[in-house]
Design a binder for this molecule. Structure first.
Ligand code: PLP
Length: 717
């Protein structure tokens, strides 16, 4: 077997280095810290929080940084504590057993390379902005759990996605924090010569150079490309500085690095994928690199690009996440070739042939160039991310398949799912463990197993829900005071946040990227009605969170209007905005809310996943019948707002806002507060059981990865 320089050796060195700093009985902590598997292994968090909860939080829940900065006496104390050593041994043996399982090949010819512009594996590695990244992170974890042969490829954004601060007026400001690579659980991949593995991609007028970082996500490896190198100019180094830069130039450079550089990096490490999975259009230029590799193997005259791509078609599958044409980024051919012309020329590709493939109308010379048409035309399979999104995508891309009826457009769907061990709170996990049987988490997609939730008593289920709500309320109280002080609210108001929320009230959540199509403003459509919903001894309370893209002034205005409305409501502690939404706060929100709201403008929600996370925790969804909810809702497992579309968006908003208020007033609140003689909302609990039974198995990443395996990776046709 040829020796591979894929970072295995570099990781071992980093682990050894960290282990040498630890007392001998704690040495296992070193390798555990360098594999994110700890974050979803039972007991994993406790390994660090029981040493020093506060310091672990300060270290951003990054175990490497935590251990490197821990005073020696704390380490020694843990090393001599038998309870702690037992915990450590238990987690270490469990992780070892998981990592020692044999790997299952997905396709016989090599691993699946999963290419994506963002990955949300853990809050300590902030190379994600929202739903797409969380999906990609959950996918990697699930492929690890199923011992599948998969590698992830992405970019290492040193400053990641924005952090959010609101000012007094409710206007969003952004700031970025640069990562300290020396203290992250990642390692630079080095080659046989001991020097960092590097790849070059021509961008603008010079060579963009990138190094490769390796991250262990359980058994699955994630490689991240990074241009912060001496030999690169300041502009070139900026290419992997931040996610979703506004500049088209930077974005094109990022996507070239991801697609072309990603394939080259795998090559340089001796990894030959049997299949490339392009998750969203950003990595589509990978097609070109593989095509030019194909050309290099052919003798004689080089065939045209289309023919080359026909040869590699069998090795590519594509998942689209965008239900509206505007969401598919396009570029004028002038800007495209200004940035990527040299790359294209160097690969021996004829510019016009490429341009045609990126267009809907191949005979046009003015239509902007897009990655999605290229990916759809050149992959063996394209799928949307929910049943409804599949339909929408078939309609949207019908023009690519001239003469084909919409229903026959070859775009299928695999509905998204979420990684249960990541998103289900310990309280719920512990409760379910008593009823679902041995090793239930490994069978998350088993429909019959979930029928056992009917055996959970009212009192146990209600206790768990109340505990999770209380934990959320406590988190909100501590955060809201600081948020308010930081933006300069008066001290009395800031401190009143300590009494924010009532742990017995109906708690509703709305948290996701603040894009206008998500229609947070529906909630504030009729302030008097909202006021009546919250203003009662048995009232409701709303927790809202989310970030707007820095250039999205419309979305920022929605947030600002919310602040203005909140001020006029004189109930500032019943509707709370939590700043800087990310993976650190998301688990508490999806676990603690009784109702999870989603009001997208249909059909613009391709899938949505936060509602799935809420459902796993016993939260109930109240959502527009769009994305995953249009197939998940069955009449008993939550509430629905009609998902049909109207031509007049204002009329639709009016209609949907009223539907939302009606449901809250007439169904949700009365059901939550209808109690039996023991104070238990019996009907509410039966709805939770219906939700768990029907949604937890279907919207787990276990089901999603099974679907990819059976319907996308293995199907030819
Ligand atoms: C789950 C999640 C999302 C996606 O939420 P949607 O409702 O699908 O938009 C975004 N951000 C974070 C931090 C999440 O955990």
């Amino acid at each position: 077997m040829t020796k591979r320089f894929d970072g295995t050796r570099d990781l071992r060195r980093a682990v050894d280095r960290l282990a040498r700093r630890l007392p001998e009985p704690l040495e296992d902590l070193a390798w555990i810290s360098y594999n994110y598997l700890w974050s979803w292994t039972p007991g994993g968090y406790e390994l660090f929080t029981t040493i020093d909860d506060h310091r672990f939080k300060l270290a951003g829940e990054n175990p490497v940084r935590f251990l490197l900065n821990l005073p020696e006496r704390d380490l020694l104390r843990a090393a001599t504590n038998n309870h702690y050593l037992e915990l450590l041994d238990g987690v270490a043996r469990r992780m070892e057993a998981d990592l020692a399982r044999p790997t299952n090949r997905v396709v016989p010819t090599g691993p699946v390379a999963f290419l994506c512009a963002e990955f949300a594996v853990h809050q300590s590695l902030p190379v994600y902005s929202g739903g797409l990244g969380v999906l990609a992170g959950d996918y990697l974890k699930e492929t690890s759990d199923q011992a599948l042969d998969v590698v992830g490829v992405g970019l290492f954004y040193r400053r990641g996605y924005l952090h959010q601060r609101m000012d007094l007026s409710g206007w969003q400001h952004e700031y970025w924090i640069e990562a300290n690579t020396g203290q992250l659980p990642i390692v630079r991949v080095r080659g046989a010569d001991g020097l960092p593995v590097k790849v070059q991609v021509p961008v603008w007028d010079s060579e963009l150079s990138a190094q490769v970082w390796r991250v262990n996500v359980g058994r699955t490896t994630l490689y991240l490309l990074d241009t912060e190198l001496q030999e690169n100019s300041p502009l070139e180094r900026w290419v992997t500085a931040r996610l979703y830069e506004g500049s088209h130039d930077i974005r094109l450079a990022q996507y070239a690095l991801l697609g072309i550089g990603g394939v080259r990096a795998l090559d340089a490490m001796g990894i030959t994928p049997g299949l490339f999975h392009m998750n969203e259009g950003h990595p589509a230029l990978a097609l070109l690199e593989v095509a030019s590799q194909t050309a290099a193997q052919l003798s004689g005259e080089r065939p045209e690009l289309k023919k080359l791509l026909d040869v590699s078609r069998d090795r590519f599958v594509f998942t689209t996440h965008t239900p509206v044409p505007a969401g598919n980024e396009t570029y004028s051919s002038e800007e495209f070739f200004r940035v990527l012309g040299h790359s294209i020329d160097e690969m021996g590709i004829v510019r016009d042939e490429l341009a045609a493939l990126t267009r809907i109308d191949e005979s046009s010379s003015t239509e902007p160039m897009g990655f999605s048409p290229l990916a759809i035309k050149c992959s063996r399979s394209t799928n949307g991310v929910s049943r409804r999104h599949g339909e929408v995508a078939r309609g949207m891309w019908n023009p690519l398949f001239a003469g084909t009826l919409e229903a026959d457009v070859p775009i299928t769907y695999v509905t998204n799912g979420v990684h249960l061990p990541t998103w289900m709170a310990p309280t719920m996990r512990n409760l379910l463990s008593r009823f679902l049987g041995y090793d239930w988490e490994r069978h998350a997609n088993d429909l019959n197993m979930w029928n056992h939730v009917d055996e959970i008593s009212d009192i146990d289920l209600w206790d768990a829900r109340c505990q999770m709500r209380l934990q959320l309320v406590e988190m909100i109280r501590s955060r809201v005071v600081v948020d308010r002080l930081a933006r300069g609210e008066d001290v009395d108001h800031a401190v009143s946040g300590l009494d924010a929320f009532d742990p017995t009230n109906l708690t509703l959540g709305f948290a996701r990227r603040l894009a206008t199509y998500k229609r947070l403003d529906l909630l504030f459509h009729d302030v008097n009605r909202l006021h009546r919903i919250v203003d009662h001894e048995h009232g409701a309370q709303f927790i809202i969170a989310g970030k707007a893209h820095p250039l999205d002034n419309e979305a920022k205005t929605v947030a600002k209007n919310m602040f203005t409305v909140k001020r006029t409501m004189d109930l500032p502690n019943r509707v709370i905005f939590l700043e800087d939404y990310d993976m650190r706060v998301a688990p508490a929100l999806v676990a603690g809310c009784d109702v999870w709201l989603n009001m997208p403008r249909p059909p613009m929600e391709a899938s949505g996943t936060s509602g799935m996370k809420a459902a796993m925790n016993g939260g109930l969804n109240l959502s527009v019948l769009d994305g995953w909810w249009s197939e998940g809702y069955n009449g008993q497992n939550g509430w629905a707002i009609d998902g049909s579309t109207m031509d007049d968006p204002h009329a639709q908003d009016e209609h949907d806002a009223n539907a939302l208020y009606d449901l809250l007033e007439k169904e949700v609140k009365p059901m939550f507060f209808a109690r039996d003689s023991n104070g238990i909302p019996v009907v509410w609990l039966s709805r939770i059981r219906a939700s768990l039974r029907s949604l937890a198995p279907m919207y787990s990443s276990a089901r999603m990865v099974d679907d990819y395996n059976e319907r996308i990776y293995h199907s030819h046709g």
